[in-house]
Design a protein around this ligand. Structure first.
Ligand code: NAP
Length: 173
């Protein structure tokens, strides 16, 4: 059973295609430098939580200036510069004294796992379908309020249209 008395203040941060694709071959589907800068700005100083596959996909790890927390079922797994957790309860335990925002940064399995405990979503919406092999879970959006929506933007380097959306859970958990 999951002990939600110790639940940290979780926010999901994700960049998602129109068909909910978020990655392929353990890599991202696009390079959007403005989104990466925004990711860095939002998450800097805060713990970031990720799955083992996302950890291994990082070009440079750990992400500097942030507590990196990695989920794996492998109890022998070592991640230099990161804390390793094996369950939602162990995540909540390592974060029990941290009151500020914690960012859930993927991948698909960790979004799925932590979505029920997440109060805020930072979504970069890429206005194109992609041939991915991992997908963001389908969310019941009636549980969330859209609290912020940027104007649509165009990235010259990638040729992609995108926008930033932020949602808050209506009934915080
Ligand atoms: N677009 C975006 O914003 C974004 C963000 C992040 C990642 N991504 C993409 O997403 C893909 C990776 O996602 P993914 O779903 O394949 O992998 P992932 O979620 O990053 O990692 C999966 C691993 O996490 C561990 N894990 C999962 N559930 C667990 C649980 N309940 N308890 C303990 N450990 C657990 C397992 O590790 P072990 O196998 O070691 O047990 C599992 O293999 C990549 O393509 C990446 O580029 C996209």
């Amino acid at each position: 059973m999951i002990n939600i008395d110790k639940k940290p203040n979780l926010s999901i941060i994700v960049a998602v295609a129109e068909n909910l694709a978020i990655g392929k071959n353990n890599d991202l589907l696009w390079h959007l430098s403005s989104d990466l800068k925004r990711f860095k700005k939002l998450t800097m100083g805060h713990p970031v939580v990720m799955g083992r596959r996302t950890w291994e996909s990082l070009p440079k790890r750990p992400l500097p200036g942030r507590r990196n927390i990695v989920f794996t079922q492998n109890t022998d797994f070592k991640a230099d510069g990161a804390e390793v957790v094996h369950s939602v309860n162990s995540l909540f335990e390592v974060l029990k004294d941290y009151d500020d925002e914690v960012f859930v940064m993927g991948g698909a399995s960790i979004y799925q796992l932590l979505l029920p405990f997440t109060n805020r979503l930072y979504v970069t919406r890429v206005y194109r379908e992609f041939d991915g092999d991992v997908f963001f879970p389908v969310i019941d959006m009636s549980e969330f309020n859209l609290v912020s929506l940027s104007d649509p933007m165009f990235d010259e380097e990638s040729g992609l249209d995108y926008a930033y959306e932020e949602y808050d859970r209506k009934f915080r958990i």
